[in-house]
Design a protein around this ligand. Sequence first.
Ligand code: TRP
Length: 355
Amino acid sequence: MSTRPRILTGDTPTGRLHIGHWVGSLENRVRLQDTYDCYFLIANMHAFTTRAEKPAEVRRDTLEIVKDWLAVGIDPERSTLVLQTEIPAIAELSWYFAMLVPFNRVMRNPTLKAEIEAKELGDHYSFGFPLYAVGQCADILAFRPELVPVGEDQEAHIEMCREIARRFDHLYCGVASTTADNEYVTRGGVFPVPKALLGRISRLLGTDGVKKMSKSLDNAIFLSDDTATILKKCKKIVTGRQSATDPGKLEGNALFQYARAFMTDTARLAELEGLYTRGEIGDGAVKQEVAGVIDAFLAPVRDRRAQYEGANGDALILEILRAHTVRANTVAEETLRMAKAAMHLDFGPRRLQFD
Ligand code: TRP
């Protein structure tokens, strides 16, 4: 096993990933592969919290998200893909952790609250829905990572995870609750108190120019979009500017947020910003150029994705997932063994078998 410090993060498979995911988290993940032992989790069990009646869709999205990850440069040789439903230790830890956090504390989690509102779940969400927040703590702690690279919207979950780690270590490993977060393990705790690592841009606007980019709002540029689609979507970006000679505003402008996120030619970016604020260039010309930049960024992503498309693609993905499940379980089972021993639940070893 690698001796590099570990990170864990993941996504719920809900459909194709977009450029907001790239700047919010994927970019970080790809970079962190150089220095960390990386675990990337596909939260396919969590997908059932809101789509229990659509198992075929969840399965399709599970394979699709892996294709998107590999396409952007997640390297299956260096990093480990964690298929949540194949890691029994996660479900087991979820139970133990559920006992360490008051029910009312879970329900006060602002990310859960926001989701209930955004998805209009009212008061008819399942019992499993709020449980997923505790489950997410198990996803993370099963791998005892140092860092959890996520978007801003996940910070509340990471905070709860930190509370559970401290509580477990205090209760079952005798770590004083005054201990500094980075010393829980050296003082004998099973779990480190992991830190969230936020992406470069936590809120990429959608092409509607107002809301955060999101598949369900129909304002997203997907990582798998082709050249023509990207151009068409960029042409529709709402900037609110009336005419090409109006002095343009850069702040809160989706078009320039994309330009800043994806233009590597900083001199040209500065030039465009100058022309725009002085009213010397039209939206159309900027949109054309930004579309070109996004397309150039996505071209190699599409190429890499192509090798996983078609009938053979799914088989290839499944093969990778199976091999990685073995690797992931090695770590998660070790964690579970340590946690159960601390809880006086060491009733003998067990071995998972895959065949
Ligand atoms: N809740 C996260 C999302 O919807 C996905 C997720 C599940 C996750 N388990 C995780 C993220 C553990 C980070 C760490 O985006």
